[in-house]
Design a binder for this molecule. Structure first.
Ligand code: FEO
Ligand code: CA
Ligand code: CA
Length: 692
């Protein structure tokens, strides 16, 4: 059988030199998302967009009503989800909460300047150290890493490749569990030439996907952490990989379209793929998003016409990684349903290494960036989610049940069923016109289905959940510029979404609107839109949503573009109203986090301003609202993932993904050697902390 997609060495000769979309290398585009940007946007619909709605919106300025009054942002406190105040953004309780922020929230640091160093750079007065890196032993019995002696058996016990989401959950007084996603593999950078067969490379790479659970311990300096090396004692340590069994939950579990030869029940899936961002739940589990899962499936004998529209909407084109030759389930010609078993939100209980992780069908199937939970005052769990594709949507889920706060083991088991029943919504944003000089307006959450009822004509509950993109297309949501991390701020109750970029905004079925105002230069002239720059939305936005009446269960919200990223000297940029001469340049926001004071922390992916990616702090309230300051840069060719502020705001965890991922680089001729333990790069999790 032939693969439509060559891998490893032959591939390199096919990839052009240099960079492309943003500053990303051809290698990153191929391995990370299967060259998604080269395909037409999978969303062909002609949904009503904000510009169409402006006049109507101005005409009906009445305040939108809806949702449960009185609910608010209340997060269960823990080492991870600290905070927990429902408060106005700019006064009273928020100000008191700000005073409670730890050093990373309150320190004045000299921002790190743009640079191209092969280093992890932090401000003066701070230090950083590697907690764990690719290949390090995770499970007792794992061999020490040797790039020339890689095997499936070793990889099943070692830290996987290309770390992304980072969660830290409390364990003992000085220990915690580090939970990390391994999003994808970059084979030319992992395997010395001539050392492995193609099939060995495929099998080892498959195993390097997934997640790791690792026990960590405090270091001598407050805020520092390191891996516990005595693995025999680390009973929670775990590698979740391509052969780990997952249980499907929710209304679509067992549906005929989820059944395969190996799983006639449609309820048991082996493995999780392309896990990007995630979230830690108030009940002590970790959520993880299966993102660009479409790129792993070949079609040796062609695509089944039964699912032509569905495959197309998800970018499944039968051009995979050739894995079908070592595992037939990755050949669509043999197993047309296998891709339906990916693209879900995964939930893992890291405290129980024997637990079966789950995939929640109730949260819909799309290119899930991640999911972050807010608890309403009424006790409902609300998950905010983004579908990371140009022109796709923002989603939320509201649980039917309420959280059990009693803290018992039985309560945790009950809470772990919260994401199996409830209602799934998609967002429609309406602008109020640009005459006010602001990109802002109102929004509503349009219900798609509950666990018992579909709200989309002609589609069943299972239809909506398995083919969520197609269901959402029918109800007219707003096409966004690659919605990535969406996270509620535990201090002010607002919700922040990173909209990374969109080089094609303004074209075809994706016209500009007030929420996505920058058009591509290719089309802006024909549109005649006033809100354009010369290069389209290359640098991304941060969207700020304020739920109606402070309630995460409300069906409406107001919104504004908190940040229009880019070079502060560029006229289109906007930094929450802050003085643009006093901010750090920022490009391509991707993942977000909050400290205990409610400051927003942003990591970037694909900086197009000529510097390495990094992590930035920005207050969202008070006189410094919008003051973007760069805290760190990651090494050459890398993307900054995570991030996570934790341990009383003393620790910043960052996953350094794909260091040295530059076109033309190989294992023997790397573009980076970070973290400089070897003569090749190793993706790694870093913790930063104050050096005093
Ligand atoms: Fe894996 Fe949406 O970035
Ligand atoms: Ca406006
Ligand atoms: Ca991401």
């Amino acid at each position: 059988m032939t693969s439509a997609r060559p891998e490893n060495r032959p591939l390199l000769s096919l990839l052009p030199e240099g960079t492309r979309h943003g500053s990303r290398s051809h290698v990153t585009c191929f391995f990370r998302c299967g060259n998604a940007c080269d395909q037409p946007e999978p969303n062909p619909t002609d949904n009503p967009h904000v510009r169409d709605e402006i006049t109507k919106a101005v005409a009906r300025r009445a305040v939108l009503r809806g949702g449960a009054a009185g609910a608010g942002a209340l997060l269960v406190g823990s080492l991870v989800t600290e905070g927990g105040l429902a408060a106005a953004a700019t006064s009273g309780p928020a100000a008191r909460a700000a005073a409670a922020g730890g050093v990373l929230a309150t320190d004045r640091f000299r921002p790190v300047g743009p640079n191209k160093r092969d280093a992890f750079t932090v401000p003066s007065g701070y230090r950083s150290s590697v907690v764990i890196k690719w290949g390090d032993p995770v499970v007792y019995g794992a061999p020490e890493f040797d790039p020339r002696k890689q095997s499936v058996k070793a990889a099943e016990r070692q830290f996987g490749f290309n770390c992304d989401y980072v969660g830290v959950l409390p364990l003992g007084r000085s220990t915690a569990l580090l939970v990390v996603n391994h999003e994808y593999t970059t084979e030319p950078h992992m395997f010395p030439a001539g050392t492995y067969t193609d099939d060995e490379i495929k099998r080892i790479s498959m195993t390097n996907h997934g997640m790791s659970v690792v026990r960590i311990v405090r270091g001598a300096t407050p805020g520092s952490w390191r891996q516990v090396k005595a693995l025999r004692s680390c009973t929670e340590n775990r590698r979740i990989h391509i052969r780990t069994a997952f249980r499907l939950t929710g209304p679509a579990a067992g549906d005929a379209r989820l059944r395969t030869t190996a799983d006639p029940t449609g309820k048991r899936v082996l493995g999780t793929l392309n896990n990007c961002a995630g979230g830690t739940t108030p009940w002590g589990t970790v959520l993880s998003g299966e993102e660009n899962f479409n790129q792993y499936f070949d079609a040796g004998a062609g695509l089944s016409p039964d699912y032509a529209a569905q495959y197309a909407r998800y970018g499944i084109n039968g051009s995979g990684r050739g894995w079908g030759t070592v595992d037939p389930r990755f050949d669509l010609s043999q197993e047309p349903h296998e891709p339906h078993r990916f693209g879900w939100i995964v939930e893992v209980d890291p405290y129980d290494p024997t637990s079966t992780p789950v995939k929640h069908t109730m949260l819909g199937r799309f290119k899930h960036e991640g999911a972050n939970i807010a608890l309403s005052r009424s006790g409902h769990a609300v998950a905010y989610m983004g579908d990371d594709e140009r022109g796709d949507y923002l989603y939320k889920f509201v649980s039917a049940g309420k959280v059990d706060r009693s803290g018992t083991a039985a309560a945790k088991r009950r809470n772990m069923t919260l994401l199996t029943k409830g209602t799934l919504f998609v967002a429609k944003l309406t602008g109020d016109g640009t005459e006010d000089g602001r990109f802002d307006g109102k929004g509503k959450w349009i219900p798609l289905c509950s666990d018992t009822e579909s709200f989309v004509p002609g589609m069943s509950v299972a239809d909506v959940l398995i083919f969520t993109r197609l269901a959402a297309d029918k109800v007219g949501p707003t096409k966004m510029d690659r919605p990535e991390d969406v996270q509620p701020n535990p201090v002010n109750g607002r919700v922040y979404a990173a909209l990374t970029n969109n080089s094609n905004r303004g074209s075809g079925a994706m016209p500009v609107d007030e929420a996505n105002p920058l058009a591509s230069s290719k089309v802006r002239a024909s549109i005649g839109a006033p809100l354009t720059d010369a290069s389209g939305n290359r640098n991304g936005y941060v969207l700020e949503m304020t739920p109606y009446n402070g309630s995460h269960t409300a069906n409406s919200f107001t919104w504004d573009l908190f940040l229009v990223c880019g070079d502060p000297e560029a006229p289109e940029t906007y930094f929450g109203g802050f003085d643009k001469s006093k901010v750090s340049p920022i490009s391509c926001p991707d993942n977000v986090a909050f400290d205990r004071a409610g400051n927003l922390w942003i990591s970037t992916d694909g900086n197009v301003l000529g510097s390495n990616d990094g992590v930035f702090r920005v207050p969202v309230a008070g006189p410094n609202r919008g003051q973007v300051q760069q805290f760190c840069t990651v090494p050459k060719g890398a993307e900054a993932c995570g991030p996570l502020i934790t341990d009383g705001d003393r620790s910043l965890f960052v996953a350094v993904q794909h260091p040295g991922e530059v076109s033309g680089a190989t294992f023997e001729t790397p573009a980076s050697t970070w973290p400089h333990t070897d003569d090749f790069p190793r993706p790694a999790v870093v913790v930063s902390y104050r050096d005093r």
